[in-house]
Design a protein. Sequence first.
Length: 192
Amino acid sequence: MKIGVLALQGAFEEHIKMLSQLNAESIELRQLKDLQQDLDGIIIPGGESTVISKLLDDLNMREALLNKINNENLPVFGTCAGLIMMSQNTEDPKAVPLGLMECTAKRNAYGRQLGSFSTTAEFDGVGSIPMVFIRAPYIKEASENVDILSTVDGKIVAARQGRFLATAFHPELTDNTCVHKYFLDMIAENKQ
Ligand code: GLN
């Protein structure tokens, strides 16, 4: 299994480590030509959605990335800023999303005091898992086509729409590989 990890900015190395623990191969997607490779899925990491958005445009990668995802029916997993990029609406003109999931992301949603925190919560189909939040978003509104996989304090922090998965937290910053395993299982399902 070969996963392209968008490596423009942010915590992409941690995803690569997680994937290697699960014996999945990773390819860093740094420039337009990297999108020509055969991939089974794509991860959009945490970082700053405004920066990732700008770099996608500056490097002329936005349209090619979207075409690859849509034409090749690729599963995508976004964490934190990755969730913001997967949404349809970020309520911030500087963070232009890819619009893969029918939801609105609220950026920096926990305020200054709660900018970063860890908790343990239930993730549908997986069980109770550790969650690390860093200046995290949550999903403010979602269409009925979006399955809610986890909530923390009544806020949606993980969701799936078909072959698209997004978490407001960073599973790659814990030692629990379950969410990445869940994504790899989604890829296997999607191929059938
Ligand atoms: N606050 C960041 C943003 O708005 C997300 C933080 C993260 O990815 N850890 O993009």
